[in-house]
Design a protein around this ligand. Structure first.
Ligand code: ADP
Length: 633
């Protein structure tokens, strides 16, 4: 006899809602139904382990079948099954207390509906015109039944014969969703959502390469790994297992640097493995995202907002049964458990780095160049992480030595404190271009840091805020004599007229360089120091660098680069020019300068040592020098 009835939803429009609002995420029906099959199978295993089921468990593999001709997909399990009463209770009576209110409130948020109502099973109607449940309970002598519903609230239920315990869910795919009847489509969905489910899932048969073509074997094609590394005890896992699992997750990625095993059970349960990738330079290239699972069911791989931003650079897996499966991103982000997860992971990551630093400093240093971007990013974007990382964040000097911030402070305190008690950290971001300045600074016994990373400009800014009385100055920001001002500098004893004339003479010999401006500075540096040096002010240069990375500061980016020409008035040649020009009229100066060959040569040399002599100016310089070699012969 066939029983007829009406599904107990207090509103008649649940089906249109399911169809309409869930449109974008149709594919999750497969995840929902396979998860149900897994649950039913695990329940049976639990019951059996408690001795309440005495029959044979047998092969518990869940099978997915496509029947193209009939237009159906079947998900078949050998789990606990359902009796007619249970179907009534779990399927017909959807537990909607105040369905209308709720649907009204959440009609724009399909995920919330699914999640709140446990409509997992009903997601089948997103892609089906008819759904059948063919099921037999594990309980002794239970009657197998078939439930059938065509997408209206009416259903039928009838007694049938079924070969064995368990449930087949048969989906009669509707015309708009025929795509799901393609083998490749289902394969890719299983691969996305079910790859690490705890019960074997078989789809089709394994293929074999025989006589130049693929042929099917008798063996089930099991698509999942039921015991992925994160579900195993860390004591069981060897390095190789971590590596293999990484390759399973990201077949094309380079090997990771190291990993962290996460295992928490209070105040929420969470397991996972996070890998540190080898970050080279470009943050945007980190495409292997962290995957979020809930009891081995894939939830999402867009974890922004769920884990702290800088941690999205990591790879790997996080699994927490406390992460609700079916809710929207905004819901996830506001969820308290999820927030705790984020903080916790951040802490764990810092702990692991600290441990590595303390126990294996040499290894830590070897990895530093690859870790640096990640750690600096973390320190810049997460206050708490800054506090945790400040003890193990390293700086590297030009000799390739690594120091913690404290160690480095101790190193330079003696020689690099200025007259106001500020500690001056000297750095370069290009040791070839800034070679002359580096050389000069080294002569003074100064130590120089290499800061050529993508985030270093910002990081230096952050350190200046955090470290007391500390300034970071790029080595070409001033002459070596003045870069760390240790005593009041010697007074420049020139009249205004002398200054004006000298400036005019020097400027007349400067090449035109696009978007570049020069100002002239007079310094008394002693007669042995080079007569002309070119420097670039730290502050304005840094503003420009920052602007290139921050959209709102484009204004600075448009401004020309300003360089200072530092003239050492104590040097014999500059002293000579001063005395030769002090009585000259303005009109005479350019001609004087043109004839003063050494001046031109000194300016070009200063430009050259800053990597600024280019194009025509460089070519002229070379020609001129060849000529003078000939003359000297
Ligand atoms: P949820 O899984 O969130 O409880 P569903 O709508 O997906 O919600 O399923 C409702 C109930 O139907 C399940 O809790 C379970 O009792 C029963 N059920 C669904 N699928 C199966 C199955 N394959 N085998 C046995 N019981 C099932």
């Amino acid at each position: 006899m066939t029983q007829k009835g009406k599904i107990g939803v207090t509103t008649d429009n649940i089906f249109p809602i399911i169809k309409k609002f869930l449109y974008s995420d149709h594919e999750i029906f497969l995840r929902e139904l396979v998860s149900n099959a897994v649950d039913a199978t695990q329940k049976l295993k639990t019951i059996a382990s408690m001795g309440d089921f005495k029959g044979e468990l047998g092969d518990l593999t869940i099978h997915i079948y496509i029947d193209k001709e009939a237009g159906t997909i079947t998900i078949s399990d050998r789990g606990i099954g359902m009796t007619a009463d249970e179907i009534d209770k779990y399927i017909n009576e959807i537990a909607l207390s105040s369905a209308n209110d709720f649907l009204d409130k959440y009609k724009d948020n399909a995920h919330a509906i699914i999640g709140h109502f446990g409509l997992g099973f009903y997601s089948a109607f997103m892609v089906s015109k008819k759904v059948e449940i063919i099921t037999q309970s594990y309980q002794e002598n239970s009657q197998a039944v078939k439930w059938s519903c065509d997408g209206t609230p009416e259903y039928t239920i009838e007694k049938i014969e079924k070969e064995s315990r368990g449930t087949d869910i048969v989906l009669h795919i509707d015309d708009e969703n025929k795509d799901f009847l393609k083998k490749e489509k289902i394969e890719s969905l299983l691969n996305k959502y079910c790859k690490f489910l705890p019960i074997p899932i078989a789809f089709g048969k394994k293929q074999e390469w025989k006589e130049d073509k693929h042929v099917e074997t008798d063996e089930d094609n099991v698509i999942n790994n039921t015991t992925p590394a994160w579900t195993r005890k860390p004591t069981e896992l060897k390095d190789e297992d971590y590596m293999n699992f990484y390759r399973e997750l990201y077949p094309f990625a380079e090997e990771p640097l190291f990993w962290i095993y996460l295992n928490v059970d209070y105040p929420f349960a969470l397991t996972g493995i996070l890998y540190f990738p080898r970050i080279k330079s470009n943050i945007d290239l980190q495409r292997n995202k962290i995957q979020l699972y809930s009891n081995q069911v894939f939830v999402t791989d867009s974890v922004e907002g769920i884990v702290p931003e800088f941690l999205t650079l990591l790879h790997g897996v996080i699994d927490s049964p406390d992460i609700p499966l079916n809710v929207s991103r905004s819901y996830l982000q506001s969820d308290n458990n999820v927030k705790k997860i984020s903080n916790h992971i951040s802490k764990k990551v810092a702990d692991k780095l600290e441990e590595l630093f303390k126990k294996e400093r040499t290894q830590f240093e070897e990895k530093w160049d690859s870790l640096k971007l990640f750690i600096e990013y973390g320190m810049l974007s997460d206050e708490k992480f800054y506090d945790r990382a400040k003890g193990f964040a390293l700086v590297k000097n030009l000799d390739g030595k690594y120091f913690t911030l404290d160690e480095y402070k101790t190193l330079i305190k003696g020689n690099q404190t200025d007259k106001d008690g500020n500690l001056v950290y000297l750095y370069t971001n290009d040791k070839d271009e800034q070679y002359t300045h580096i050389d000069a600074a080294k002569e003074k016994g100064y130590d120089i840091l290499l800061m050529d990373g993508q985030l270093d400009v910002h990081w230096v800014g952050l350190l200046e805020q955090k470290l007391e009385k500390s300034r970071f100055i790029r080595v070409d920001s001033d002459t070596a004599e003045n870069i760390i001002v240790k005593e009041e500098s010697a007074k420049v004893d020139l009249t205004d007229k002398q200054k004006e004339n000298l400036e005019e003479v020097v400027k007349s010999q400067l090449p035109k360089i696009e978007k570049t401006e020069f100002s002239v500075d007079f310094k008394s540096l002693g007669k042995d120091v080079r007569p002309i040096q070119i420097t670039q002010n730290e502050f304005s240069r840094r503003m420009k660098e920052m602007s290139q990375m921050q959209p709102g500061m484009a204004f600075y980016g448009e401004m020309p680069d300003t360089y200072q020409i530092a003239l050492n008035i104590d040097s014999p040649i500059i002293a000579e020019i001063i005395s030769e020009t002090e009585t000259k009229e303005k009109e005479e100066l350019t001609q004087y300068a043109n004839e003063k060959k050494t001046l031109h040569q000194l300016i070009d040399l200063a430009l050259l040592s800053n990597g600024m002599l280019k194009g025509e100016a460089l070519s002229d310089f070379i020609k001129r020098n060849y000529e003078s070699l000939k003359e000297n012969k």
